[in-house]
Write a protein that binds this ligand. Structure first.
Ligand code: FES
Length: 134
């Protein structure tokens, strides 16, 4: 008979607790997977995007800014609407959440896992300065 234990119980059985346990959950990157994060409603900042290559992204103030083509950028909240976790990235084609694998197109519409859309912010490019605002 197969016996399953939860990951948390397994890690605790290894003697991990507190910060060490959190480090295992979060890996090397900063873990901000706190449930209940709300997408920012008052966003307004500018970025120098001169070195941002097509297919790449940056995160600023919990906003993922992706260069989706040579002349266009998309800015969305880093908060995944599936469980409101700060976990969104851009994989070169779609926005992606590593928590449970949700994907979203560059319009912010859900493609898998959830049917909730991303919070999308406006962008305006002036020279190499991209303004992101709500
Ligand atoms: S929190 Fe993003 S897919 Fe579940």
């Amino acid at each position: 008979m197969e016996e399953r234990i939860k990951r948390n119980e397994f890690l605790k059985s290894l003697g991990l607790k507190g910060a060490a346990l959190l480090a295992v959950y979060c890996g090397a990157s900063a873990c901000q997977a706190d449930a209940g994060v709300t997408p920012a409603s008052n966003v307004d900042f500018s970025l120098d995007v001169s070195t941002l290559a097509v297919g790449k992204y940056v995160v600023n103030s919990q906003v993922v800014v992706a260069r989706v083509s040579s002349s266009s950028y998309v800015a969305v909240s880093q908060v995944c609407p599936h469980e409101n976790l700060l976990a969104l990235t851009y994989n070169g084609m779609n926005f992606y959440c590593g928590q449970h694998g949700a994907t979203f197109n560059t319009s912010g519409s859900a493609l898998s896992v959830t049917n909730r859309s991303l919070t999308v912010y406006k962008t305006a490019l002036t020279g190499t300065s991209l303004r992101v605002y709500s």
